[in-house]
Ligand binder design. Structure first.
Ligand SMILES: [Zn+2]
Length: 233
C-alpha cells in the first residue's frame, strides 16, 4: 500500500489509534528483542527478566536492567516516532499504545502514550506501590546491587512488565477503551505475538463501521510514516 493510500485511510479512519511494537524502534538502533540480533538471542529472558528470577535473584535481574536502561537511554527517537507525534499534533491520531519500554514516543513529543508493557522511566515497589524515577534508581545501583524503596525499604522492581507478570491494569484498560473507540487501528512494527496486546485490533474491528481493518508496516516504519505526514500535507 502506498503512503498516499495509507494517508487517505488515516484521514478517513478517524478516530485513529496507533499500536506500536519493537519494529518502530529498530531504526533507533534497538534491535527487535526477539530477532537474531536481539537481546533474547544473548540472554535467557527467564533468567534475567522474569518475575520468578526477580524473586529468586533480584541482583541478577537488576544487573541486566541496569545495563539495558543505560543502552535504551542512549537511543534517540527516529523518523517513525517523530511522524506519529506530528500526526497527533494535527489531530489525526488519538493516541499511541506501545509495547515498547524505551520511552521514545514520549521523547519524540507524543502526548497520549500508553506504555502497556511498562517503561524504563521508573522502578516500582511491589509492597507499597511507590514509583521511583530511573535517575534515582541508577544512582542507587552505583553503590548497591539492588535499589531499595525509599518509602518502605523493599527491593524495587524494574518498571517494565516482567515475564510471568500481569500487564498493568490501568494502561491496558485505557488501551482497550481507545481501541474500542477507534475506527482505524494502525499497527506499526508489532508482530502481534504478545497477548493481551495482540487482542487490541480485535476490539477496534468489532466497533469499526467503515474502513475498518488492520494494517501492518513491518519495515521502514520511519520512511513510511514520514511519507504519510507529507501526503497529508
Ligand atoms: Zn515500598
Amino acid at each position: 500500500m502506498s503512503a498516499a493510500a495509507l494517508a487517505a485511510l488515516i484521514r478517513d479512519g478517524q478516530p485513529c489509534v496507533v499500536l506500536t511494537g519493537a519494529g518502530v524502534s529498530t531504526e533507533s538502533g534497538i534491535p527487535d528483542f526477539r530477532s537474531d540480533t536481539g537481546i533474547w538471542a544473548e540472554v535467557d529472558p527467564f533468567e534475567v527478566a522474569s518475575l520468578r528470577a526477580f524473586r529468586r535473584d533480584p541482583a541478577r535481574v537488576w544487573g541486566f536492567y541496569r545495563q539495558r536502561i543505560g543502552v535504551l537511554r542512549e537511543a534517540e527517537p527516529n523518523a517513525a516516532h517523530r511522524a506519529l507525534a506530528e500526526l497527533e499534533v494535527r489531530g489525526l491520531i488519538e493516541g499511541v499504545v506501545t509495547q515498547n519500554i524505551d520511552t521514545l514516543h514520549s521523547r519524540a513529543g507524543s502526548k497520549s502514550v500508553l506504555e502497556v508493557h511498562g517503561s524504563i522511566r521508573s522502578a516500582e515497589c511491589l509492597r507499597c506501590l511507590w514509583t521511583e524515577p530511573s535517575d534515582a534508581v541508577l544512582a542507587q545501583l552505583e553503590v548497591s546491587p539492588v535499589p531499595a524503596c525509599p518509602q518502605c525499604g523493599e527491593i524495587l522492581k524494574p518498571g517494565v512488565v516482567l515475564f510471568g507478570e500481569l500487564l498493568p491494569a490501568g494502561p491496558m484498560e485505557q488501551a482497550t477503551q481507545l481501541a474500542r473507540g477507534a475506527r482505524l487501528l494502525l499497527v506499526v512494527g508489532s508482530s502481534l505475538e504478545v497477548w493481551p496486546v495482540a487482542g487490541l485490533p480485535l476490539e477496534a474491528q468489532a466497533f469499526a463501521v467503515v474502513n475498518r481493518g488492520l494494517l501492518k508496516i513491518d519495515a521502514g516504519a520511519g520512511e513510511m510514516l514520514s511519507a504519510i505526514v507529507d501526503a497529508l500535507g
